[in-house]
Write a protein that binds this ligand. Structure first.
Ligand SMILES: Nc1nc2c(ncn2[C@@H]2O[C@H](COP(=O)(O)OP(=O)(O)OP(=O)(O)O)[C@@H](O)[C@H]2O)c(=O)[nH]1
Ligand SMILES: [Mg+2]
Length: 453
Protein backbone atom coordinates (compact mmCIF):
# COMPACT_ATOMS: atom_id res chain seq x y z
CA UNK A 1 0.00 0.00 0.00
CA UNK A 2 1.19 3.47 -0.73
CA UNK A 3 -1.37 5.50 1.13
CA UNK A 4 1.14 7.81 2.68
CA UNK A 5 3.23 10.11 0.62
CA UNK A 6 6.31 11.23 2.33
CA UNK A 7 6.95 14.91 2.38
CA UNK A 8 3.70 15.84 0.79
CA UNK A 9 1.35 17.37 3.26
CA UNK A 10 -1.44 19.79 2.89
CA UNK A 11 -0.31 23.21 1.88
CA UNK A 12 -3.55 24.76 2.92
CA UNK A 13 -2.37 27.03 5.65
CA UNK A 14 -5.51 29.06 5.83
CA UNK A 15 -6.88 30.28 9.11
CA UNK A 16 -8.57 27.84 11.48
CA UNK A 17 -11.57 26.16 10.05
CA UNK A 18 -10.74 26.95 6.45
CA UNK A 19 -8.70 23.78 6.17
CA UNK A 20 -11.76 21.65 6.70
CA UNK A 21 -13.39 23.22 3.66
CA UNK A 22 -10.45 22.32 1.40
CA UNK A 23 -11.35 19.58 -1.02
CA UNK A 24 -9.68 16.33 -0.13
CA UNK A 25 -7.99 14.39 -2.88
CA UNK A 26 -6.31 11.06 -3.49
CA UNK A 27 -3.56 11.17 -6.11
CA UNK A 28 -3.01 8.13 -8.30
CA UNK A 29 -0.69 7.21 -11.11
CA UNK A 30 0.07 4.25 -13.33
CA UNK A 31 3.40 3.58 -15.02
CA UNK A 32 4.33 0.84 -17.47
CA UNK A 33 7.60 0.12 -15.71
CA UNK A 34 9.63 1.37 -12.77
CA UNK A 35 8.07 3.18 -9.85
CA UNK A 36 5.49 5.91 -10.17
CA UNK A 37 6.51 9.22 -8.63
CA UNK A 38 3.60 11.05 -7.05
CA UNK A 39 5.54 14.15 -6.00
CA UNK A 40 4.66 16.40 -8.91
CA UNK A 41 0.98 15.51 -9.12
CA UNK A 42 0.73 16.09 -5.37
CA UNK A 43 2.26 19.54 -5.76
CA UNK A 44 -0.11 20.32 -8.61
CA UNK A 45 -3.04 19.17 -6.49
CA UNK A 46 -1.88 21.41 -3.66
CA UNK A 47 -1.50 24.31 -6.09
CA UNK A 48 -5.13 23.80 -7.13
CA UNK A 49 -6.15 23.98 -3.46
CA UNK A 50 -6.65 20.30 -2.70
CA UNK A 51 -5.56 18.69 0.50
CA UNK A 52 -3.80 15.52 -0.59
CA UNK A 53 -5.01 12.82 1.79
CA UNK A 54 -3.56 9.76 0.13
CA UNK A 55 -1.76 8.34 -2.85
CA UNK A 56 -1.84 5.16 -4.85
CA UNK A 57 0.37 3.94 -7.63
CA UNK A 58 0.59 0.94 -9.88
CA UNK A 59 3.16 -0.49 -12.26
CA UNK A 60 1.41 -2.38 -15.06
CA UNK A 61 0.30 -1.91 -18.63
CA UNK A 62 -2.74 0.25 -19.25
CA UNK A 63 -6.11 -1.31 -18.75
CA UNK A 64 -8.38 -0.21 -21.58
CA UNK A 65 -11.47 0.08 -19.40
CA UNK A 66 -10.07 1.36 -16.10
CA UNK A 67 -6.53 2.62 -16.77
CA UNK A 68 -5.51 0.73 -13.59
CA UNK A 69 -6.12 -2.92 -12.89
CA UNK A 70 -9.57 -3.61 -11.48
CA UNK A 71 -8.10 -4.73 -8.19
CA UNK A 72 -6.32 -1.41 -7.90
CA UNK A 73 -9.56 0.44 -8.58
CA UNK A 74 -11.15 -1.48 -5.70
CA UNK A 75 -8.23 -0.45 -3.52
CA UNK A 76 -8.77 3.12 -4.64
CA UNK A 77 -12.43 2.94 -3.62
CA UNK A 78 -11.46 1.69 -0.14
CA UNK A 79 -8.91 4.43 0.25
CA UNK A 80 -11.45 7.07 -0.81
CA UNK A 81 -13.89 5.76 1.80
CA UNK A 82 -11.29 5.65 4.55
CA UNK A 83 -9.99 9.12 3.91
CA UNK A 84 -13.34 10.65 3.04
CA UNK A 85 -11.85 12.10 -0.16
CA UNK A 86 -13.87 14.25 -2.54
CA UNK A 87 -11.77 13.64 -5.62
CA UNK A 88 -9.36 11.25 -7.25
CA UNK A 89 -6.65 12.92 -9.29
CA UNK A 90 -5.08 10.62 -11.87
CA UNK A 91 -1.68 11.56 -13.28
CA UNK A 92 -2.29 9.76 -16.56
CA UNK A 93 -3.96 10.62 -19.82
CA UNK A 94 -7.29 9.14 -18.76
CA UNK A 95 -9.80 8.79 -21.58
CA UNK A 96 -13.43 9.86 -21.13
CA UNK A 97 -14.53 6.21 -21.03
CA UNK A 98 -11.95 5.30 -18.39
CA UNK A 99 -12.90 8.34 -16.33
CA UNK A 100 -16.51 7.25 -16.43
CA UNK A 101 -15.64 3.68 -15.46
CA UNK A 102 -13.41 4.62 -12.54
CA UNK A 103 -16.05 7.07 -11.34
CA UNK A 104 -18.63 4.27 -11.42
CA UNK A 105 -16.59 2.27 -8.91
CA UNK A 106 -16.16 5.13 -6.47
CA UNK A 107 -18.60 6.36 -3.83
CA UNK A 108 -21.30 8.68 -5.16
CA UNK A 109 -20.16 12.23 -5.87
CA UNK A 110 -16.43 11.57 -5.95
CA UNK A 111 -14.89 13.31 -8.91
CA UNK A 112 -12.25 11.79 -11.20
CA UNK A 113 -9.82 14.42 -12.44
CA UNK A 114 -6.94 13.98 -14.88
CA UNK A 115 -3.66 15.90 -15.01
CA UNK A 116 -4.82 18.31 -17.71
CA UNK A 117 -8.10 19.12 -16.05
CA UNK A 118 -6.18 19.76 -12.84
CA UNK A 119 -3.77 22.16 -14.57
CA UNK A 120 -6.73 23.89 -16.17
CA UNK A 121 -8.30 24.23 -12.73
CA UNK A 122 -5.17 25.95 -11.43
CA UNK A 123 -5.01 28.24 -14.42
CA UNK A 124 -8.70 29.01 -14.11
CA UNK A 125 -8.30 30.00 -10.46
CA UNK A 126 -5.34 32.26 -11.15
CA UNK A 127 -6.40 33.80 -14.43
CA UNK A 128 -6.79 37.41 -13.43
CA UNK A 129 -6.37 39.16 -16.74
CA UNK A 130 -8.63 39.09 -19.76
CA UNK A 131 -5.92 37.36 -21.72
CA UNK A 132 -5.34 34.64 -19.15
CA UNK A 133 -9.09 34.05 -18.89
CA UNK A 134 -9.40 33.73 -22.65
CA UNK A 135 -6.53 31.28 -22.75
CA UNK A 136 -8.11 29.12 -20.07
CA UNK A 137 -11.43 29.20 -21.91
CA UNK A 138 -9.69 28.28 -25.14
CA UNK A 139 -7.95 25.34 -23.49
CA UNK A 140 -11.24 24.14 -22.00
CA UNK A 141 -12.99 24.32 -25.33
CA UNK A 142 -10.18 22.51 -27.05
CA UNK A 143 -10.45 19.81 -24.41
CA UNK A 144 -14.17 19.49 -25.05
CA UNK A 145 -14.08 19.61 -28.83
CA UNK A 146 -12.88 16.07 -29.60
CA UNK A 147 -15.31 14.76 -26.99
CA UNK A 148 -18.19 16.63 -28.61
CA UNK A 149 -17.11 15.44 -32.05
CA UNK A 150 -17.03 11.85 -30.85
CA UNK A 151 -20.47 12.24 -29.34
CA UNK A 152 -21.92 13.80 -32.46
CA UNK A 153 -20.64 11.05 -34.72
CA UNK A 154 -21.75 8.34 -32.30
CA UNK A 155 -25.20 9.82 -31.97
CA UNK A 156 -25.46 10.05 -35.74
CA UNK A 157 -24.45 6.46 -36.21
CA UNK A 158 -26.76 5.21 -33.50
CA UNK A 159 -29.68 7.31 -34.55
CA UNK A 160 -32.78 5.22 -34.17
CA UNK A 161 -36.43 5.73 -33.21
CA UNK A 162 -36.64 7.39 -29.85
CA UNK A 163 -33.26 8.97 -30.27
CA UNK A 164 -34.24 11.03 -33.29
CA UNK A 165 -32.69 14.47 -33.35
CA UNK A 166 -29.99 13.70 -30.80
CA UNK A 167 -27.36 13.62 -33.52
CA UNK A 168 -28.43 17.04 -34.66
CA UNK A 169 -28.27 18.36 -31.13
CA UNK A 170 -24.74 17.05 -30.67
CA UNK A 171 -23.72 18.52 -33.98
CA UNK A 172 -24.93 21.92 -32.94
CA UNK A 173 -22.97 21.62 -29.69
CA UNK A 174 -19.91 20.84 -31.77
CA UNK A 175 -20.54 23.81 -34.08
CA UNK A 176 -21.03 26.06 -31.09
CA UNK A 177 -17.69 25.03 -29.58
CA UNK A 178 -15.96 25.69 -32.89
CA UNK A 179 -17.53 29.12 -33.15
CA UNK A 180 -16.47 30.03 -29.61
CA UNK A 181 -12.93 28.83 -30.31
CA UNK A 182 -12.64 31.05 -33.33
CA UNK A 183 -14.05 34.07 -31.48
CA UNK A 184 -11.58 33.61 -28.65
CA UNK A 185 -8.71 33.20 -31.12
CA UNK A 186 -9.66 36.47 -32.77
CA UNK A 187 -9.69 38.30 -29.47
CA UNK A 188 -6.36 36.78 -28.42
CA UNK A 189 -4.86 37.78 -31.77
CA UNK A 190 -5.90 41.34 -31.25
CA UNK A 191 -4.43 41.35 -27.73
CA UNK A 192 -1.22 39.84 -29.13
CA UNK A 193 -0.86 42.54 -31.75
CA UNK A 194 -1.35 45.26 -29.15
CA UNK A 195 1.36 43.66 -27.07
CA UNK A 196 3.64 43.40 -30.07
CA UNK A 197 3.14 47.10 -30.71
CA UNK A 198 4.01 47.82 -27.11
CA UNK A 199 7.18 45.75 -27.34
CA UNK A 200 8.21 47.71 -30.42
CA UNK A 201 7.46 50.97 -28.67
CA UNK A 202 9.65 49.91 -25.78
CA UNK A 203 12.47 48.92 -28.11
CA UNK A 204 12.16 52.29 -29.82
CA UNK A 205 12.60 53.91 -26.42
CA UNK A 206 15.95 52.18 -26.11
CA UNK A 207 14.98 49.28 -23.87
CA UNK A 208 16.35 45.79 -24.32
CA UNK A 209 13.75 43.14 -23.65
CA UNK A 210 14.94 40.25 -21.53
CA UNK A 211 12.61 37.38 -20.67
CA UNK A 212 12.80 34.78 -17.94
CA UNK A 213 11.88 31.28 -18.98
CA UNK A 214 12.07 27.88 -17.35
CA UNK A 215 10.10 25.29 -15.49
CA UNK A 216 7.61 26.21 -12.88
CA UNK A 217 9.23 26.65 -9.44
CA UNK A 218 12.73 27.20 -10.90
CA UNK A 219 12.90 30.57 -9.16
CA UNK A 220 12.10 32.95 -12.04
CA UNK A 221 10.01 35.36 -10.02
CA UNK A 222 12.52 35.41 -7.17
CA UNK A 223 15.29 36.19 -9.63
CA UNK A 224 13.16 38.85 -11.26
CA UNK A 225 12.74 40.62 -7.93
CA UNK A 226 16.45 40.29 -7.26
CA UNK A 227 17.37 41.88 -10.59
CA UNK A 228 14.72 44.56 -10.42
CA UNK A 229 15.08 45.39 -6.73
CA UNK A 230 17.67 48.11 -6.87
CA UNK A 231 16.08 50.19 -9.55
CA UNK A 232 12.58 49.74 -8.25
CA UNK A 233 13.19 52.09 -5.34
CA UNK A 234 13.33 55.23 -7.47
CA UNK A 235 11.20 53.94 -10.31
CA UNK A 236 7.92 53.98 -8.46
CA UNK A 237 6.96 57.39 -9.73
CA UNK A 238 6.44 56.54 -13.38
CA UNK A 239 5.60 52.91 -13.36
CA UNK A 240 3.82 51.45 -16.27
CA UNK A 241 0.62 49.76 -15.04
CA UNK A 242 1.94 46.31 -15.87
CA UNK A 243 5.14 46.93 -13.95
CA UNK A 244 3.10 47.36 -10.85
CA UNK A 245 2.66 43.74 -9.93
CA UNK A 246 3.86 42.48 -6.62
CA UNK A 247 5.71 39.43 -7.77
CA UNK A 248 5.28 36.67 -5.27
CA UNK A 249 7.27 33.53 -4.58
CA UNK A 250 5.85 30.41 -3.18
CA UNK A 251 7.12 26.90 -3.15
CA UNK A 252 4.21 25.96 -5.34
CA UNK A 253 3.77 25.08 -8.98
CA UNK A 254 2.44 27.78 -11.29
CA UNK A 255 2.68 30.68 -8.91
CA UNK A 256 3.04 33.00 -11.87
CA UNK A 257 0.47 32.79 -14.58
CA UNK A 258 0.27 36.18 -16.19
CA UNK A 259 3.16 38.22 -17.41
CA UNK A 260 4.96 40.81 -15.31
CA UNK A 261 7.45 43.29 -16.65
CA UNK A 262 9.80 45.33 -14.52
CA UNK A 263 12.70 47.57 -15.19
CA UNK A 264 16.17 46.27 -14.39
CA UNK A 265 18.91 48.76 -15.00
CA UNK A 266 22.27 47.28 -15.79
CA UNK A 267 25.49 49.25 -16.05
CA UNK A 268 24.77 50.68 -19.47
CA UNK A 269 21.71 49.09 -20.89
CA UNK A 270 18.16 49.76 -19.88
CA UNK A 271 16.55 46.39 -19.56
CA UNK A 272 12.90 45.46 -19.25
CA UNK A 273 12.66 42.09 -17.62
CA UNK A 274 9.60 39.94 -18.15
CA UNK A 275 8.54 37.10 -15.91
CA UNK A 276 5.94 34.68 -17.17
CA UNK A 277 4.32 31.29 -16.76
CA UNK A 278 6.63 28.34 -16.17
CA UNK A 279 6.88 25.21 -18.25
CA UNK A 280 5.76 21.81 -17.09
CA UNK A 281 6.29 18.42 -18.71
CA UNK A 282 3.72 16.18 -20.29
CA UNK A 283 1.26 18.71 -21.49
CA UNK A 284 -0.85 17.91 -24.51
CA UNK A 285 -0.19 20.18 -27.46
CA UNK A 286 -3.64 21.78 -27.35
CA UNK A 287 -2.96 23.01 -23.84
CA UNK A 288 0.47 24.36 -24.73
CA UNK A 289 -0.96 26.08 -27.81
CA UNK A 290 -3.70 27.72 -25.80
CA UNK A 291 -1.07 29.44 -23.68
CA UNK A 292 1.23 30.26 -26.54
CA UNK A 293 0.53 33.96 -26.62
CA UNK A 294 1.57 34.20 -22.97
CA UNK A 295 4.98 33.00 -24.05
CA UNK A 296 5.23 35.59 -26.82
CA UNK A 297 7.18 37.80 -24.44
CA UNK A 298 9.75 35.01 -24.29
CA UNK A 299 9.78 34.21 -27.99
CA UNK A 300 10.07 37.88 -28.97
CA UNK A 301 12.68 38.94 -26.44
CA UNK A 302 16.17 40.24 -27.22
CA UNK A 303 17.63 37.76 -24.73
CA UNK A 304 16.21 34.82 -22.81
CA UNK A 305 17.37 33.76 -19.36
CA UNK A 306 16.58 30.09 -19.03
CA UNK A 307 16.34 29.44 -15.29
CA UNK A 308 16.95 25.91 -14.01
CA UNK A 309 16.65 24.69 -10.43
CA UNK A 310 20.19 23.44 -9.82
CA UNK A 311 19.21 21.78 -6.56
CA UNK A 312 17.51 19.04 -8.56
CA UNK A 313 19.25 15.92 -9.79
CA UNK A 314 21.39 16.04 -12.92
CA UNK A 315 18.81 13.82 -14.68
CA UNK A 316 15.92 16.11 -13.79
CA UNK A 317 17.93 19.16 -14.85
CA UNK A 318 18.90 17.55 -18.14
CA UNK A 319 15.35 16.59 -18.97
CA UNK A 320 14.07 20.07 -18.21
CA UNK A 321 16.86 21.74 -20.16
CA UNK A 322 16.21 19.58 -23.21
CA UNK A 323 12.46 20.19 -23.10
CA UNK A 324 12.96 23.92 -22.58
CA UNK A 325 15.34 24.13 -25.52
CA UNK A 326 12.85 22.27 -27.71
CA UNK A 327 10.13 24.70 -26.69
CA UNK A 328 12.32 27.75 -27.17
CA UNK A 329 14.21 26.86 -30.32
CA UNK A 330 11.02 26.18 -32.19
CA UNK A 331 10.00 29.82 -32.11
CA UNK A 332 12.72 31.83 -30.48
CA UNK A 333 15.57 33.65 -32.17
CA UNK A 334 17.13 35.47 -29.26
CA UNK A 335 20.29 34.22 -27.59
CA UNK A 336 19.70 32.06 -24.52
CA UNK A 337 21.70 32.28 -21.30
CA UNK A 338 21.26 29.34 -18.95
CA UNK A 339 21.02 30.25 -15.28
CA UNK A 340 21.62 27.60 -12.63
CA UNK A 341 19.59 28.88 -9.70
CA UNK A 342 19.41 27.85 -6.03
CA UNK A 343 23.17 27.23 -5.75
CA UNK A 344 22.84 27.99 -2.02
CA UNK A 345 21.32 24.51 -1.79
CA UNK A 346 24.33 22.74 -3.26
CA UNK A 347 27.03 20.84 -1.41
CA UNK A 348 30.65 21.84 -2.05
CA UNK A 349 31.80 20.49 -5.40
CA UNK A 350 28.28 19.77 -6.55
CA UNK A 351 28.10 22.79 -8.82
CA UNK A 352 31.30 21.84 -10.66
CA UNK A 353 30.03 18.28 -11.10
CA UNK A 354 26.70 19.46 -12.46
CA UNK A 355 28.34 21.97 -14.80
CA UNK A 356 30.52 19.20 -16.20
CA UNK A 357 27.70 16.68 -16.49
CA UNK A 358 25.41 19.17 -18.26
CA UNK A 359 27.93 20.98 -20.46
CA UNK A 360 26.32 19.47 -23.56
CA UNK A 361 22.89 21.02 -22.88
CA UNK A 362 24.04 24.07 -20.89
CA UNK A 363 27.40 25.16 -22.34
CA UNK A 364 28.26 28.10 -20.11
CA UNK A 365 25.70 28.58 -17.36
CA UNK A 366 25.75 31.41 -14.85
CA UNK A 367 25.35 30.07 -11.31
CA UNK A 368 23.25 32.19 -8.97
CA UNK A 369 21.19 32.13 -5.87
CA UNK A 370 18.19 34.37 -6.35
CA UNK A 371 17.60 33.91 -2.65
CA UNK A 372 20.99 35.06 -1.31
CA UNK A 373 22.05 37.20 -4.27
CA UNK A 374 25.19 35.17 -4.92
CA UNK A 375 26.30 35.33 -8.56
CA UNK A 376 23.71 37.97 -9.47
CA UNK A 377 26.36 40.62 -10.27
CA UNK A 378 27.99 38.19 -12.66
CA UNK A 379 24.61 37.52 -14.23
CA UNK A 380 24.08 41.25 -14.83
CA UNK A 381 27.43 41.42 -16.63
CA UNK A 382 26.57 38.39 -18.66
CA UNK A 383 23.23 39.88 -19.72
CA UNK A 384 25.02 42.98 -21.00
CA UNK A 385 27.60 40.91 -22.83
CA UNK A 386 25.01 38.79 -24.56
CA UNK A 387 22.60 41.53 -25.60
CA UNK A 388 22.87 42.48 -29.25
CA UNK A 389 25.80 44.88 -29.72
CA UNK A 390 25.40 48.62 -29.56
CA UNK A 391 26.88 50.95 -32.11
CA UNK A 392 29.25 53.79 -31.24
CA UNK A 393 28.70 57.29 -32.61
CA UNK A 394 30.08 60.80 -32.16
CA UNK A 395 27.87 63.75 -33.01
CA UNK A 396 28.96 67.39 -33.07
CA UNK A 397 26.01 69.71 -32.57
CA UNK A 398 25.51 73.44 -32.30
CA UNK A 399 24.59 74.60 -28.82
CA UNK A 400 20.88 75.37 -29.17
CA UNK A 401 17.67 74.42 -27.42
CA UNK A 402 16.87 71.82 -30.05
CA UNK A 403 20.35 70.34 -29.79
CA UNK A 404 20.06 70.18 -26.02
CA UNK A 405 16.82 68.24 -26.25
CA UNK A 406 18.51 65.87 -28.69
CA UNK A 407 21.36 65.40 -26.20
CA UNK A 408 18.91 64.53 -23.48
CA UNK A 409 17.05 62.19 -25.87
CA UNK A 410 20.38 60.42 -26.47
CA UNK A 411 20.89 60.14 -22.71
CA UNK A 412 17.45 58.53 -22.42
CA UNK A 413 17.90 56.09 -25.27
CA UNK A 414 21.53 55.09 -25.06
CA UNK A 415 24.67 55.42 -23.03
CA UNK A 416 26.68 58.67 -23.24
CA UNK A 417 30.43 58.08 -22.79
CA UNK A 418 31.43 61.71 -23.14
CA UNK A 419 29.77 65.09 -23.61
CA UNK A 420 32.10 68.06 -24.25
CA UNK A 421 31.31 71.74 -24.87
CA UNK A 422 33.63 74.00 -26.86
CA UNK A 423 33.20 76.90 -29.27
CA UNK A 424 29.40 76.90 -29.22
CA UNK A 425 29.42 73.23 -30.07
CA UNK A 426 28.69 70.12 -28.10
CA UNK A 427 30.34 66.82 -28.92
CA UNK A 428 28.48 63.71 -27.74
CA UNK A 429 30.17 60.33 -27.73
CA UNK A 430 27.61 57.63 -27.18
CA UNK A 431 26.60 54.05 -27.73
CA UNK A 432 23.13 52.81 -28.53
CA UNK A 433 21.18 50.26 -30.51
CA UNK A 434 21.75 50.66 -34.26
CA UNK A 435 18.18 51.89 -34.72
CA UNK A 436 18.63 54.54 -32.02
CA UNK A 437 21.95 55.68 -33.55
CA UNK A 438 20.24 56.02 -36.92
CA UNK A 439 17.48 58.14 -35.42
CA UNK A 440 19.96 60.32 -33.52
CA UNK A 441 21.83 60.93 -36.78
CA UNK A 442 18.76 61.99 -38.65
CA UNK A 443 17.63 64.21 -35.77
CA UNK A 444 21.11 65.78 -35.81
CA UNK A 445 20.95 66.30 -39.55
CA UNK A 446 17.75 68.23 -39.08
CA UNK A 447 19.57 70.71 -36.84
CA UNK A 448 21.44 73.40 -38.71
CA UNK A 449 24.35 73.78 -38.96
CA UNK A 450 25.25 70.25 -37.92
CA UNK A 451 28.18 67.96 -38.49
CA UNK A 452 28.82 64.35 -37.84
CA UNK A 453 32.32 62.93 -37.75
N1 LIG B 1 17.02 27.92 -1.66
C1 LIG B 1 16.60 28.69 -2.66
N2 LIG B 1 15.30 28.77 -2.93
C2 LIG B 1 14.90 29.55 -3.97
C3 LIG B 1 15.85 30.29 -4.74
N3 LIG B 1 15.16 30.95 -5.70
C4 LIG B 1 13.86 30.66 -5.51
N4 LIG B 1 13.69 29.82 -4.47
C5 LIG B 1 12.43 29.26 -3.95
O1 LIG B 1 11.85 28.43 -4.95
C6 LIG B 1 10.44 28.55 -4.93
C7 LIG B 1 9.92 28.95 -6.29
O2 LIG B 1 10.34 30.25 -6.59
P1 LIG B 1 9.59 31.18 -7.63
O3 LIG B 1 10.44 32.38 -7.82
O4 LIG B 1 8.18 31.37 -7.27
O5 LIG B 1 9.66 30.24 -8.90
P2 LIG B 1 9.02 30.49 -10.34
O6 LIG B 1 10.00 29.95 -11.33
O7 LIG B 1 8.63 31.90 -10.50
O8 LIG B 1 7.75 29.54 -10.27
P3 LIG B 1 6.34 29.66 -11.10
O9 LIG B 1 5.86 31.05 -11.00
O10 LIG B 1 5.49 28.70 -10.38
O11 LIG B 1 6.63 29.24 -12.50
C8 LIG B 1 10.13 29.55 -3.83
O12 LIG B 1 9.85 28.83 -2.65
C9 LIG B 1 11.40 30.34 -3.69
O13 LIG B 1 11.56 30.90 -2.42
C10 LIG B 1 17.23 30.18 -4.41
O14 LIG B 1 18.14 30.75 -5.02
N5 LIG B 1 17.54 29.36 -3.37
MG1 LIG C 1 6.87 32.76 -10.86
Amino acid sequence: MTDDIEGVGSTTDDVDGAASTARRAIVAKRVDAGTADLTEISKLAAAAGYEVVGGLSQTRTEDAAFMFGEGKVAELRDLVRRTDADAVIVDNDVGPYQTFNIGGKLPEGVEVIDRFTLILEIFGQRANTRKAQLQVELAELRYELPRAEAKASLAKRDERPGFMGLGEYDESVERDIKRQISEIRDELDSIASKEEARREQRRDSGFDLVALAGYTNAGKSTLMRRLAAEIDVDENADRHPDLDTTAESQDMLFTTLGTTTRRAEMKKRDVLLTDTVGFISDLPHWLVESFESTLDSVYRADLVLLVVDASESVEAMREKLVTSHDTLYERNEAPIVTVFNKVDQLAPGELADKRAALSGVAPDPVAVSAKTGAGVAELRDRVEDELPDWERERLVLPVSDDAMSLVSWIHDHGHVDDEAYANDQVTVDFQAKPSIVARARSKAAALAPAEST
